[in-house]
Design a protein around this ligand. Structure first.
Ligand SMILES: [Mg+2]
Length: 314
């Protein structure tokens, strides 16, 4: 019936594929790209709205129109609350209603995705923003409660960036920040998180750390990458970076805010060095003190224990 209605109102536009089960739907989603899904509430292998969640996990950008019976309006509203873009009553379906629902769902999903991008990403560099970085960190800490290993937060603040803005203008400064963002990314594994916290401040989250050396290695790589000259409009620019590292191992000794504060504090200590440098937060945790063993060569050193209230760095 739906097939017929769709072909009637959108004869050219539609290639409709049908699955009889959720498993079949997920299989189709893994093989093809679709513009929209019409999801029947009563699939044989689905309880409640779990079908919607599975589809959203598999294809987060896919608009979904929920199909249910007129008497189940509450279920339809629930589906909207859980992220479906629109609903149709199966017993009141006609061509124009389906066409409207499909078009509405696609436009609305696109709008939602744009909002989501704006809410979670830094528009200049395309990296995560502070808020979504903190969310990632919170989830990483949550996972650590259930398994071994450590996570590291690296705080980066560029050196000599302000003169770039002052001398060559903000457009040049912005181009440099975009380039720095992609250089930071290039030093990381695809699943590590990198964020711009604002201005010339960046943060990186490294999960599954086997040893603190790993963070030192990444920091060293980022220093090298960031110090490479940047050429734009015939001008050669060179900036440096100060990096602070805080590592947190299981069992958890600190929360998200404390971990960020530690990395920030260590970065502030690195700022005191004349050149690009990396400093580990040297707390009393065993992981931090392990860093002592190797953290003295080239530009990487270890800070003495940080004390209380630190001023904001420039
Ligand atoms: Mg700075």
């Amino acid at each position: 019936m739906i097939d017929r209605a769709i072909h009637q109102v959108m004869p050219e536009a539609c290639d409709v594929q049908r699955a009889e089960t959720l498993a079949g739907t997920l299989r189709l989603l893994s093989q093809h790209h679709f513009d929209v899904a019409l999801l029947d509430r009563s699939l044989p292998d689905v309880v409640g709205n779990s079908g919607l969640q599975s589809i959203q996990n598999m294809a987060p950008d896919l608009p979904v129109v929920f199909l249910t019976a007129y008497k189940s309006e509450n279920a339809a509203l629930e589906a909207i609350e859980q992220g479906a873009q629109d609903y149709l009553f199966k017993d009141k379906i006609d061509g124009p209603a389906i066409k409207r629902a499909i078009q509405f769902a696609i436009i609305r999903k696109h709008f939602e995705s744009t909002l989501q991008m704006q809410a979670n990403f830094d528009p200049l560099t395309g990296l995560a923003n502070r808020m979504s970085f903190e969310g990632r960190l919170e989830m990483a800490l949550e996972r650590m409660k259930r398994r071994e290993g450590s996570i590291g937060v690296l705080f980066l603040d560029l050196n000599r960036f302000k003169p770039v803005n002052d001398t060559y203008g903000h457009a040049m400064g912005d181009r440099l920040l975009v380039e720095i963002g992609s250089r930071i990314k290039s030093c990381l594994r695809p699943y590590d998180a990198a964020a711009r916290f604002g201005g010339d401040e960046f943060a990186v989250l490294i999960e599954d750390i086997a040893a603190p050396e790993q963070c030192a290695g990444i920091a060293r790589k980022m220093i090298n990458a960031i110090e490479q000259p940047f050429a734009s409009s015939g001008i050669d620019l060179k900036v440096g970076v100060s990096i602070g590292v805080a590592i947190c191992g299981a069992p958890l000794t600190c929360g998200r805010e404390e971990l960020i504060r530690r990395a920030d504090a260590a970065m502030y200590a690195a700022k005191a060095m004349p050149e690009s440098a990396c400093r580990f937060w040297d707390g009393s945790s065993p992981v931090a003190s392990q860093a002592l063993k190797f953290e003295t060569r080239d530009k990487i050193g270890l800070i003495s224990p940080m004390s209380s209230g630190l001023a904001r760095h420039p």
